[in-house]
Ligand binder design. Structure first.
Ligand code: NAD
Length: 453
């Protein structure tokens, strides 16, 4: 571990990674490696939690290809020094900001989208001219293994290395000196990473979780709302950091909303023998989730199959903020529905909880949309949709408060792994002597006149 990190520091100091042509070549190579090994990637994730080729391509690989394409297309522009205005105090001079890579970066991934969450930050780090140590989540062990295999076969360790392991290995890694740590995972572990980073004053990006609300107001298009909410909640069996965690629906449309959601779930046919529904990642999470399914609250679903780690898409109704299911991020296929009678009160309830990673607003009223956007702080989200904001690389992706620090995707990813070096470039043909000794009242008078300008 230590020798890999040291080798990366040494390699970084050769300045090879700073060359834009080198970065583009590495990104093209990564794309090719992924394309050539798609079969292996599908096989591994199928073994881990029965994720289909369709879902793996659309929710993992497609996003990685998009990130690579975007980076290759804009890299030259992103990495150029940017001229800024020079103020009169510094006349004559020019001023510019030079993006530079931070150095050796540690990327720690989460398990729920194992390829996307490990490799998208790595793509941003490479685009910005860094070296990368990637520590994928150990929980989906097959995907971790396959990433290790294809990266180590195709990239030099001193540039891009994968270190596998769980808590002991990550703890050891966090003792090394990195120039940037990019972590995706729970808020609880995020705090551990933040503390470890503080030892070396290492900058961090923390992509964390939380309870993301979805507001459904009487002005919404009910059919579209149910279709998009059900898709965003139950894709990956709810194991999505930006899945709508719970719904706040106006009491006047609750019944219609519930029945529209039921119809959408039935249409999708999420059976455990089907390809379009994944398993719960492990027994620990299966057990944790089944405890949320209180029979008196079941509106739809509730069936489970322990041997398959299968939980049917489940809708719970008559739920309040004090119920068990509202005490932590659900991260599974269980959708609690809470009714409200006045939007301001519903917003106030959400304000009492930690700032969420996402928020979804199903409403056709501009007034309601504006009110929620203005009064609630959240990482990112969508109006009249769920989850899809993640697929636009022009929208920085990240949390706020307990749901995270910093963001990435597209240029935001490049920025997350860059330092912006400010340079004042002075000309020699003129020097105003006011700041130099001997100091005098007359000089001060002049300085004061300038500041009145
Ligand atoms: P986790 O925090 O348990 O694990 C994340 C990573 O940290 C793994 O690589 C793991 O090996 C490592 N880790 C775990 N415990 C550790 C410890 N004590 N010390 C050092 N390292 C440790 O998270 P998870 O279960 O993999 O993912 C689920 C959580 O991640 C959810 O809260 C979800 O919302 C969040 N998440 C956020 C995003 C995002 O983009 N914001 C994306 C996916 C998941």
């Amino acid at each position: 571990m230590q020798s890999i990190v040291e080798a990366q520091h040494t390699f970084f100091l050769t300045h090879v990674t700073k060359d834009v042509a080198f970065r583009i070549a590495q990104l093209q190579k990564l794309k090719q490696v992924l394309q050539e090994n798609e079969g292996l990637l599908y096989e591994a994730i199928q073994k881990d939690f029965k994720k289909s080729e369709f879902d793996t391509y659309t929710t993992e690989l497609a996003l990685l290809y998009l990130e690579i394409k975007d980076a290759i297309q804009y890299l030259k522009y992103w990495s150029q020094p940017k001229r800024v205005v020079t103020n009169w105090i510094n006349f004559p001079a020019k001023s510019y900001i030079v993006p530079e890579p931070l150095g050796v970066c540690l990327v720690i991934g989460a398990w729920n989208y194992p390829y996307q969450l490990s490799l998208a930050p790595a793509i941003a780090a490479i685009a910005a001219g860094n070296t990368v140590v990637l520590k994928p989540s150990e929980i989906p062990s097959e995907t971790s293994k396959v990433m290790k295999q294809i990266i180590s076969e195709n990239f030099e360790e001193r540039f891009f290395a994968v270190i596998e392991g769980g808590i002991p290995e990550t703890t050891e890694l966090l003792k090394q000196r990195f120039d940037k740590i990019f972590f995706t995972g729970s808020t609880q572990v995020g705090k551990i990473v933040y503390k470890a980073a503080a030892e070396n004053l290492t900058p961090v990006t923390l992509e964390l979780g939380g309870k993301s609300p979805a507001f459904v107001t009487p002005s919404c298009n009910l059919k579209r709302t149910a279709q998009r909410l059900v898709w965003g909640k139950f894709i990956n069996a709810g194991q999505t950091c930006i899945a709508p965690d719970y719904v706040l629906v106006h009491e006047s449309i609750e019944k219609k909303f519930l029945s529209a959601c039921k119809a959408e779930i039935e249409k999708a046919d999420y059976a455990f023998e089907n390809d379009n529904y994944v398993q719960i990642i492990n027994e620990k999470n299966f057990k944790r989730l089944t405890e949320f399914i209180t029979p008196k609250h079941i509106y739809f679903g509730g069936n489970t199959e322990a041997s398959q780690r299968f939980i049917e898409p489940t809708i719970l109704h008559d739920i309040g903020f004090d119920d068990k299911v509202m005490q932590e991020e659900i991260f599974g296929p269980i959708l609690p529905v809470i009714t409200y009678n006045a939007l301001p009160k519903a917003i106030q309830q959400v304000q009492k909880l930690p700032k969420p990673l996402s928020c979804y607003i199903f409403s056709n009223s501009k007034k309601e949309q504006k009110q929620i956007l203005k009064e609630l702080s959240f990482g990112g989200g969508a109006i009249n949709d769920t989850v899809m904001h993640i697929s636009n690389p022009n929208l920085p992706f990240g949390g706020v408060g307990h749901s995270g620090i910093g963001n990435y995707h597209g240029e935001a990813g490049f920025k997350a792994f860059s330092h912006y070096k400010s340079v004042l470039h002075k000309a020699n043909w003129l020097e105003l002597s006011l700041k130099y000794a001997p100091l005098s009242k007359r000089k001060l008078w002049w300085i004061k006149q300038f500041f009145k300008l």
